[in-house]
Structures are given as C-alpha cells and as structure tokens.
Design a protein around this ligand. Structure first.
Ligand SMILES: Nc1nc2c(c(=O)[nH]1)N[C@H]1C(S)=C(S)[C@@H](COP(=O)(O)O)O[C@H]1N2
Ligand SMILES: [Mo]
Length: 263
C-alpha cells in the first residue's frame, strides 16, 4: 500500500485509506469473492471490523498508519494463496544486464569467500549443523525465470537456480508451524518472511544466476529468491538464518516498508 509514502497527511484521509484497503483486498481475492466484494462499499467501520482494530476519524496519523500496516500484513498473510504461482518467463525475456540494487553502491559490494563459508542455521530447527555450499549443491535443485519487482520503480526478469526452500526447511527439521524465518546478510541487511511464503513452491535458496554461481553483487554465496515478494524481501549474501516465533523485522521494514511485502 502506498500509504507509507503519504506520511505528511495533515489529518487522516479516510477515502485514501479505504481506497488502498479496497484495492489490496480486490487484488488478493478469489474471483467469486471479488464479485461480491465489488457490490459492497467499504467504510471506516467496515475496515475496523476487517482489521480487528478500531479506527476512528479522530486518531492521529501515526496510529492509523500503524493499524493499516498491521492490517496489511494480516490481510496479505490471510489472503496469500500458498498454491498460486507467480508468472514465469522464457529465456528470451531475461533482462540483460540485470540491474543491481542495495542500500549502497556497486563499489561496496561485500565479497564473501567460499573457503570456510558455512551457512548458519539456528532457532526452531532440529539440525543446527552449518552448511557448506557443496552440501547445498548436492541437494535437489530447481530453476526459475521470474520477475523481480523493486518498490523503487523498476522490475527485471532473471533466471535463478538452487534448492527449493521448503525442501531445505524439512531437511533441517524446521518447526513448520513457527511464524517466521529470519535472515542475516554479509552487509548490515536483514529481513524476515512468513512461514507460508517460506514453504511456497517457488521460494528458492538460490545458488546460481543464469546457470553460474551467483556473482557477489547478486548475492553470493546465496540469496532467497521469492517471486511472490517484492525485491527488498529477497535477501542477498546470506550468512545466517533462523526460525522463530518472535517478529524479527527487517532493514527496510523497520523504516516503514510493509513487512509482508507481497508482489
Ligand atoms: N544483503 C542485501 N540484500 C538485499 C539488499 C541489500 O541492500 N542487501 N537490497 C534488496 C533490494 S531493495 C533489492 S531491489 C534487491 C536487488 O537485487 P539485485 O541486485 O539482484 O537486483 O536486493 C534486496 N536484497
Ligand atoms: Mo528494492
């Protein structure tokens, strides 16, 4: 939702709030439910019912943005269809060169050495052994050509390969009923995702890009690739991950980006 870009609202723009809520709900609804929904009109009272929060015209902007953000996470999580697949593309549609993006410039990319690298896995998992890249390369691999969408206003199609994340989570005996999987990167980046998305069939612990090991700028030794989520939810240069029920937040999420970050 674009509400976060409207932080300077002098007072609550109820119509804007409702319009955004409506758009979000329509986008995520099954066609049959959408038909019914289009016939109803959404009011602040109705939104309060949906979000389980009381939203009145008299609340301050921050409070309402807080409600909406939690509503957005909740609604997106609730409406997320674990079986719906993001579109895939053909070889010829791959964007070349693929854009680079990080909270710093390309000259500051962190270069992680494969020698001595071990992926650290902690939290609610049975097997806390650390993983070499070779051990991960020996697991079943999958490839996808999907679109990466960045909130900064660009998108690009790329080809990534690696271990289906659901397979990895099962292999390490992760508590699949836990709420979150968090990631720590070689830079100061960190993020976290909901378990439903972690188990989505297109969520990949990506080791390759275009059939070759990920170059450092695209995330060596590995990135989590999720075509169902916006770019900032896809951590690059992953060093550690953990399974938890405690909300871990994220680098941009803690600065107001929507946590669910569906695309
Ligand atoms: N470690 C790390 N991962 C990150 C980021 C970052 O700054 N550091 N930026 C995110 C954002 S906002 C985007 S759009 C994508 C960019 O990935 P790309 O360089 O492969 O295009 O990485 C995401 N993952
Ligand atoms: Mo991004």
């Amino acid at each position: 939702m674009n509400l976060f870009k409207r932080r300077v609202l002098p007072h609550i723009d109820a119509d804007a709030v409702l319009l955004d809520a409506r758009k979000l709900l329509e986008k995520r609804m099954a066609p049959a439910a959408r038909r019914d929904f289009l016939r109803t009109s959404l009011t602040l009272g109705g939104l309060s019912l949906l979000t389980g929060c009381s939203i009145s015209d008299h609340e301050d902007v921050e409070a309402v943005l807080g409600h909406i953000s939690r509503f957005n996470d909740h609604a997106q999580g609730w409406l997320f269809d674990p079986n719906r697949l993001a579109p895939t593309y053909g070889e010829a549609e791959i964007t070349r060169p693929f854009p680079f993006n990080a909270y710093y410039g390309e000259d500051e990319v962190r270069v992680v050495k494969e020698d001595g690298y071990r992926l650290e896995v902690t939290g609610l998992v049975a097997d806390k052994q650390r993983w070499t890249l070779d051990a991960l390369r020996a697991m079943p691999q999958q490839e996808q050509i999907t679109r990466h969408i960045c909130v900064e206003g660009w998108s690009a199609i790329g080809r990534w390969g690696g271990v289906p994340f659901a397979h990895f989570l099962r292999r390490i005996g992760a508590d699949l009923s836990a709420k979150y999987v968090g990631f720590k990167c070689a830079d100061d980046y960190f993020t976290s995702i909901d378990m439903a998305t972690a188990l989505h069939p297109q969520t990949l612990l990506a080791l390759t890009c275009d059939g070759a090991p990920l170059p450092p700028k695209y995330g060596f030794p590995m990135k989590l690739r999720m075509p169902t989520k916006l770019g900032y939810k896809n951590p690059k240069n992953i060093m550690a991950m953990f399974v938890t029920n405690t909300y871990p937040g994220g680098y941009w999420e803690d600065q107001g980006y929507n946590w669910f970050g569906g695309s």
